[in-house]
Design a binder for this molecule. Structure first.
Ligand code: GDP
Ligand code: MG
Length: 365
């Protein structure tokens, strides 16, 4: 019997070349007494790395090797509520570092310093607002964000994209800090917005919950340090962010582009380990040796520790946002992993674009 006939027997109508959902494949396997194993791209990649004795996504070593790392923050919220303005204001003031002129380079993420309880603390901001970037990363199995800053305009309140952002943060189990923005605008009503937010399960401390709600004006740069402090306090209270800074670095590509003179410029976020100039790395299907690294001030740096974003020069091509990167033993290993990923990607593309043939015209050819 043909597969199509077996399928019909199972009560499933199918053409000879259509793709089948995983459950149907399982059913078909059971009927034909075959063990059907559905391998996800993530599993496939894990197996590839394991064949080089590499585990991605785990801090190596023991508990004692883990050191605190700064939180990584994504800014979300409804359109026009001030996400871009907030990211710009924080970037330009760079609150305590006192760096003249603030941060000048847009590399997709930046780190700022702040003092909380007389301690110097750092926060990394992903410089692309909105939940599209957040979900795009997550869809690829990558979690870059530790804390979501939810921007809500105090004169406008909770809107559809505010609610969506709350849903995304909750689904990702990422704590929320609310930036009640535009406090300077006439008609701003922070009390009303606090009450509104409780309906979405975001309960301010003032209302008996555990969410920090900070009133700010991104436009005037008011109370930005209050917001940064709230992020640090939330991180300390809700998360225990640690990473091993002594292993070969691993992390994610945040953004990348091709520069005419300098070639592939990829901003990566180090999630664990220490990334150094001279390291051999693979990033998606790009690979190469780190020729130089630049920080958000455009300055050369020799190494980057966990939660640090840096722009990496030296990759063969341009990776995609959300691609994982990892340091490997040498260039040869880097090239092999990259080439196998590329081959797999090409195969998947071909399968997608191949001509669809129905049972009917298949029989005639
Ligand atoms: P986004 O769509 O969330 O990125 O919003 P934008 O950052 O582009 O801000 C939308 C508009 O609101 C711009 O015209 C900003 O200048 C303005 N805006 C942002 N923050 C404030 C604020 O704190 N006070 C006032 N009055 N206007 C603001
Ligand atoms: Mg914007």
């Amino acid at each position: 019997a043909s597969l199509v006939q077996v399928m019909m027997h199972l009560g499933e109508m199918a053409t000879a070349t259509q793709s089948l959902p995983d459950e149907t494949l399982q059913l078909l396997g059971d009927e034909l007494k075959y063990k059907v194993e559905v391998v996800s791209p993530e599993d496939e990649d894990r197996e590839l790395l394991e064949s080089f004795s590499i585990e991605f996504g785990e801090d190596s070593g023991s508990e004692q090797d883990l050191r605190p790392r700064p939180p990584v923050v994504t800014v979300m919220g409804h359109v026009d509520h001030g996400k871009t303005k907030l990211l710009d204001s924080i970037r330009n003031s760079n609150v305590v570092s006192g760096e003249a002129g603030g941060i000048t380079q847009h590399i997709g993420a930046y780190q700022v310093g702040t003092v909380v309880d007389e301690e110097d603390r750092k926060i990394t901001f992903i410089d692309t607002p909105g939940h599209e970037a957040f979900t795009a990363m997550r869809a690829r199995g990558a979690q870059a964000t530790d804390i979501a800053v939810l921007v809500v305009a105090a004169d406008d309140g909770v809107k559809p994209q505010t609610a969506e952002a709350i849903d995304h943060a909750k689904a990702a189990e990422v704590p929320i800090v609310v930036a009640l923005n535009k406090i300077d605008v006439e008609g701003a009503d922070p009390q009303r917005v606090r009450a509104q937010l409780t309906e979405y399960g975001v309960v301010a401390e003032a209302l008996g919950g555990d969410v920090q709600v900070v009133e700010i004006s991104a436009l005037r740069g008011e109370n930005l340090d209050g917001l940064l402090e709230a992020v640090v306090l939330t991180s300390d209270a809700a998360l225990d962010l640690r990473a091993n800074p002594d292993m070969d670095a691993q992390g994610l590509a945040i953004e990348a582009y091709l520069d005419r003179g300098r070639g592939s410029m990829a901003t990566v976020l180090v999630q664990r380990g220490l990334l150094r100039v001279g390291d051999s790395i693979v990033c998606g299907d790009a690979y190469g040796r780190v020729r130089a690294m630049l920080d958000e001030h455009g300055k050369n740096v020799q190494e980057a520790e966990p939660s640090r974003p840096v722009q990496v020069l030296g990759l063969t091509n341009v990776p995609s946002a959300g691609d994982s990167f990892l340091v490997v033993k040498d260039d040869r290993v880097a090239r092999q992993i990259a080439q196998q990923r590329e081959a797999r990607e090409r195969f998947a593309q071909q399968a997608k674009s191949s001509r669809r043939v129905t049972l009917d015209n298949w029989q005639r050819t």
